[in-house]
Design a protein around this ligand. Structure first.
Ligand SMILES: Cc1ncc(COP(=O)(O)O)c(C=O)c1O
Length: 483
């Protein structure tokens, strides 16, 4: 059923809540007089006039139309849409954390600063790095910050020649974007037949103009870069640095550390790996973690523990400065800290083990029905190609994704990574039980059979949603942001 807009339900004079008449002089009537007349509204704002019950029912109905991790599986590859324990939510909503001000005297927020300090300590030991900054507010923001550190490092050394950043073809799109906004030229590194970095190809590109190689491990095909130590050696021999995109840490946390693999700098996605609900634009947190080489350049202020307690240290001569509000997205840190404390190192390791086991179970069960081009060393996610279905039955990755909606699932990531034709990228996460995985497998098999027997029906999907298939490009090309 289509839910009408509140404005369409409006009835003149209907009210939800009514303030008592104003008993103070009005002062704001003339506030906007200086605005040019063509920008001034001619009459009152057109707001819906509805009762409280209308509003409550409207939003309750809308909330039921939304698919989230809390009401169904969300196998969105490269996104780690795992269950976020409610304990973290409860603590993040406590007034002791929400009713504080960033500019409060630090002596009055020692508890909050201790959370930030301890979280940095925990993240350092989980990643094998020296220290970090919690300021970046997204994974991509962490990438931007990390590359800025690399830039400052070479500038400080007077090495102005290093203008290139190497990035594998399978990389997440934010990697080249972050390099480009930092003023670097992006150079692609090819994958080999196994879907891993082609070591010889990499070596041939490692000139004295290269500042860094950006890598995620496992990569965006869900595969572990088995030559990572050789890669690290080659990059460092060439005088360049190694950047780790930590968005895929869920596959290795508690088991392997980027610091031990030779990475110099990385970002994490707390909103993926460390339990903050995400999607739809935030809030996120993409802390950047570094080794000793890059530590002097970290954003300021640093959080330090002095004799008198925790404090912000603004006194860092080589710092790149602030990259956002200096306290970052504090409530996301809190959830991450609660998650880490509650899981402990054994729990984190177990979560990574389960994430990998679940992905491998799905891949194995789906293999008879779907082409999985890269199967060597699948970690927490894997990529299906429905190219053969497209060629034989005209059914595309988009059609499969839409058909999954009718089966009650959020679609997987589609058409990414770009090196796989008609890609569906599936990440079940550790949250799903064996029964849930089996139900998903059954749904995928049903769709595969329909693709052969009744391809037209997939083209019509979804049919169970309030609106059917939308024109996915129109909203971008013809943005109408006014109703
Ligand atoms: C591999 C990888 N790198 C970087 C990012 C960027 O993170 P964010 O969306 O928080 O900016 C993502 C997010 O999808 C990712 O999957």
């Amino acid at each position: 059923m289509i839910e009408p807009l509140l404005i369409d339900k409006s009835k003149k004079g209907r009210l939800a809540y009514c303030y008592p008449p104003l008993d103070l002089p009005r002062s704001f009537d003339h506030e906007f007089e200086h605005l040019p007349s063509h920008l001034q509204r001619e009459g009152g704002a057109r707001l819906p006039e509805v009762s409280e019950l209308d509003v409550v029912r409207h939003f309750t109905r809308l909330s039921g139309m939304v698919h989230g991790v809390d009401n169904g599986m969300y196998p969105l590859g490269s996104c780690t849409m795992k269950y976020n324990p409610k304990l973290g939510e409860e603590i993040a909503q406590m007034a002791q954390f929400t009713q504080i001000h960033p500019l409060q005297d630090t002596s009055t927020v020692q508890g909050c600063l201790s959370v930030m300090y301890n979280l940095l300590e925990d993240l350092s030991s989980i990643t094998g790095m020296s220290w970090g900054s919690l300021q970046p507010c997204a994974g991509s923001h962490g990438e931007y910050t990390g590359l800025k550190l690399i830039r400052s490092y070479f500038l400080k050394r007077g090495d102005l020649n290093r203008t290139k950043v190497l990035i594998p073809v399978s990389a997440h799109g934010t990697n080249p974007a972050s390099a480009a906004v930092n003023g670097f030229d992006v150079v692609e590194v090819a994958s080999n037949r196994k879907g891993l970095v082609d070591l010889d190809g990499l070596k041939s590109r490692l000139t004295d103009e290269v500042a860094a190689l950006m890598l995620t491990n496992p990569n965006t095909l869900g595969l572990f870069e088995e030559d990572i130590l050789k890669i690290s050696e080659a990059v460092h021999e060439a005088g360049a640095l190694l950047y780790y995109d930590g968005a895929n840490l869920n596959a290795i946390m508690g088991k392997a550390r980027p610091g031990d693999m030779g990475f110099d700098v990385l970002h994490l996605n707390l909103h993926k790996t460390f339990s903050t609900p995400h999607g739809g634009g935030g809030p996120g947190s993409g802390p950047v973690m570094v080794n000793d080489l890059l530590r002097p350049f970290l954003p300021k202020p640093d959080i330090v523990l002095r004799e008198g307690g925790y404090a912000f240290d603004w006194d860092q001569a080589d710092s790149i400065g602030k990259v956002s509000m200096f306290w970052g997205n504090f409530l996301v840190f809190l959830r991450a800290y609660v998650y880490i404390l509650r899981m402990g190192s054994e729990g984190l390791r177990a979560a990574a083990n389960h994430a990998v086991l679940n992905a491998n179970y799905l891949a194995k069960k789906l293999k008879p029905y779907y082409e999985i081009p890269y199967t060597g060393g699948i970690m927490h996610e894997f990529v299906i190609s429905v190219k053969n279905y497209k060629e034989q039955y005209g059914v595309t990755a988009e059609d499969f994704a839409k058909a999954l909606i009718d089966e009650g699932y959020h679609p997987p990531t589609v058409y990414f990574p770009l090196i796989v034709d008609e890609a569906l990228m599936i990440e079940p996460t550790e949250s799903e039980s064996l029964e849930n995985l089996d139900a998903f497998i059954d749904a995928m098999i049903r769709i595969a059979k329909r693709a052969k027997s009744d391809p037209g029906s997939l083209k019509k999907a979804p049919i169970s949603t309030p609106v059917g298939r939308l024109d996915q490009v129109k909203a971008v090309k013809e943005a109408r942001v006014r109703y």
